[in-house]
Design a protein around this ligand. Structure first.
Ligand code: IVH
Length: 662
């Protein structure tokens, strides 16, 4: 186990810190699996900083409230240089004329976290909460690769705390939103709230998939090495923490102001959102001398950049239709120059947002560019409103195909239901189908899809496989070689495995991960199509929303025909490889419902074990059910029903006995 741990740590380091892959993902997963298996067989030998925790899989029902040893204070805020000069005067006065210096850092817009290390091992990660008490989110934080699980080296203090900011990089955030849009989920409004929501997710495996990051900026403890802030920051870097390289030593307030001016623009090129600069007195002894007010340190202050904002005329609203039929309203603005670029358009998200802003066409609106790249409309300049201006009425039919729009209870977006006949939906479906994560047909692009659609050559993904040379040759930009490349690319895609095909056909809410789970569970398209609601709900990670969406997809005749045509074209319709490992037949003929949270196993693990031992997993309690495998915190209704129907209720210890320690 020690050897495996070292090996996995080594490859993690190469991959996440040095961006090198020395072994394949497959080999890496093999090593990790071997270690995980050993850990479940010998739980006492599991190391507190084992790399298996990076992948998550623990489920937290309720985050424990923890009192901070050192309260997490906030900083005084200012927007003006005069305030900063006054801050500097207060510092000078407090230090009674002694020389001092500052450290300037950017103010990262994420979620603050306190990381506690005991004997070099990360033992706890706590959110800020109200500053005095926060939530223990350790299991989720352990999935963040840029946070060391253990700090090694000479002179590591027995106890220390590291404060920092957990964030979702702009890149990860837009990637996440693209993925969500692609499967018809509503997109998130900003990276900060998404990071904060992610940190509070109950299933740490989902947290791991989000790829959060963390910058640290504060080391706390007793008798720490280094007598100044910058020295400690360098120490944190040396210990393997992720420190933004943007900090700088400034010998006076003039240099501080220069730092602020310098980063005003270039901060937008950083990987995460920043909303200001934090100015800290560098010497720790001087920090102690200045001390704290009730709420914040006297030795530090935050300067906040004003979000760039202008007022311009709202000329109109246009409406975009996405692949899933979701409508996005867009503000068409009188072009205006704002923070380095000309802004002509801004997303208005949905009808609620238009109503909230109370927009009238012809209004002058305030447009702001905060951290996000896409500008937003923040309000109406009421002084300039024309008398008799009429509030915007949202469209009721699709701007592309004329179909009446629908709005599902509880959802903010309007939808065009004409998925088989609305141009952007058709083209969008084909774009989804060919993308890298799906059928990976890179000989096709948006332009070509548009041409093929306009010529009436392609209406659904299956039409791609019927294309012949004479259809393509002569299309704009296509000669013999490029035609051959295009067709070869399409033909080659029949090698793509079943799980990618399942993702490619574009069932709403079925992203790549869910497609993989469904493929593994049902093994073939036929079995998935035959599954009823109960069978779908019994599959890992499938809730009601996904189950209903799969049912609706296959209930549609046109979709069934499409799948049939794809099958004829030769696409993979079942998983290759062997059935899940068969361990025994001791549970043959027995049915189980698994509910609640367990100590030794994850719920999905239990479901897999049941199947490997010949049993069946159901989703609902009924008279036919043999066992309810009950963990903590399961719904009382389910328990009551099982008792009433005389279903045997067992815990994980009894389950272990059933499978006889196999
Ligand atoms: S130092 C006692 N440095 O801003 C001072 N804070 O309002 C501890 N923040 O809660 C904070 N970037 O979440 C510090 N470079 C930075 C920061 C930073 C962002 C956040 C932090 C804190 C809030 C203060």
């Amino acid at each position: 186990m020690g050897e495996l741990t070292e090996l996995v740590n080594h490859h993690n380091h190469l991959y996440y810190q040095l961006h090198q892959s020395v072994i394949s993902d497959f080999e890496f997963d093999g090593l990790l699996k071997e270690l995980t298996d050993l850990e479940s067989a010998f739980p006492a030998l599991r190391l507190p900083d084992s790399p298996t925790q990076r992948v998550g899989g623990t489920v937290t029902r309720e985050f424990e409230t923890v009192t901070h040893r050192y309260p997490m204070l906030s900083l005084g805020n200012t927007y003006s240089e005069t305030d900063l000069t006054e801050f500097d005067n207060r510092v000078a006065k407090g230090l009674e004329g002694a020389p001092y210096a500052y450290c300037c850092e950017l103010k990262f817009d994420g979620v603050s976290i306190s990381l506690i290390y005991e004997k070099g091992v990360l033992t706890r990660a706590v959110t800020r909460g109200d500053g005095v008490r926060g939530d223990d989110v350790t299991n989720n934080v352990r999935t963040i690769h840029r946070i060391p699980l253990r700090v090694k080296g000479a002179g590591i203090p027995d106890y220390f705390e590291v404060r920092g900011e957990i964030f979702l990089s702009k890149k990860m955030f837009s990637q996440l939103n693209k993925e969500r849009e692609d499967i018809g989920e509503e997109t998130y409004a900003n990276a900060r709230n998404t990071a904060s929501g992610t940190l509070k997710m109950q299933d740490s495996a989902l947290v791991a998939a989000r790829k959060l990051d963390c910058y640290v900026y504060y080391l706390l403890g007793e008798d720490l090495p280094e007598d100044n802030h910058i020295g400690r920051i360098r120490l944190l870097e040396k210990w393997g923490f992720n420190v933004s390289p943007t900090y700088r030593s400034c010998s006076n307030i003039r240099e501080v102001l220069a730092y602020i001016a310098e980063w005003d623009k270039s901060r937008h090129d950083l990987p995460l959102e920043t909303d200001g600069v934090v100015i800290k007195v560098n010497a720790i002894q001087q920090q102690e001398q200045l001390g704290f007010t009730a709420k914040s340190p006297r030795w530090a202050i935050a300067y906040k950049y004003k979000a760039a904002s202008v007022s311009t005329r709202l000329n109109g609203i246009t409406y975009q239709v996405g692949r899933t039929g979701a409508i996005t309203p867009v503000a068409e603005l009188e072009p205006v120059f704002l923070a380095g670029t000309t802004v002509k358009r801004a997303s208005l998200h949905n009808a609620n947002e238009i109503e909230r802003l109370g927009l009238c066409i012809g209004d002058h609106v305030f447009v702001e560019k905060g951290g996000e790249i896409i500008p937003k409309v923040t309000g109406v300049d009421m002084d300039k409103r024309q008398p008799g201006a009429k509030a915007v009425t949202y469209i009721s039919s699709c701007p592309e195909c004329g179909e009446s729009l629908i709005r599902v209870e509880g959802e903010a977006s309007h939808y065009c239901p004409n998925d088989q006949g609305c141009a952007p939906q058709i083209k969008g479906k084909i774009e989804h189908f060919i993308q890298r994560k799906a059928m990976d047909i890179n000989s096709l692009g948006e332009r070509t899809i548009a041409t093929l659609y306009e010529r009436g050559l392609v209406r659904t993904p299956a039409d791609l496989y019927d294309l012949r040379e004479e259809d393509i040759l002569g299309l704009e930009g296509f000669k013999e070689q490029s035609t051959r490349n295009l067709l070869d690319g399409i033909r080659a895609s029949i090698q793509i495995p079943f799980e990618s095909v399942l993702f490619a056909i574009g069932i709403r809410y079925v992203g790549k991960t869910v497609a993989e789970k469904l493929a593994r569970h049902f093994r073939s398209m036929d079995q998935l199509m035959a599954a009823n609601r109960e069978a779908l709900l019994a599959a890992p990670e499938v809730g009601e929303k996904i189950a209903d969406s799969v049912l609706a997809y296959f209930a549609n005749e046109a979709n069934r025909t499409e799948v049939e045509r794809l099958k004829k074209a030769g696409l993979a319709m079942e998983v290759s490889g062997k059935e899940p490992e068969k361990l025994s037949d001791v549970l043959a003929g027995k049915t189980f419902v698994v509910s609640g949270v367990f100590a030794k196993y994850e719920r999905e693990q239990l479901k897999e074990l049941i199947v490997s031992h010949g049993g069946k997993v159901l989703s609902g309690v009924s008279g036919k059910l043999d066992y309810l495998l009950a963990g903590d915190n399961m719904g009382p209704a389910k328990l009551e029903k099982a008792e009433k129907l005389g279903v045997k209720i067992i815990g994980e210890a009894e389950f272990d006995q059933l499978i006889g320690g196999r």
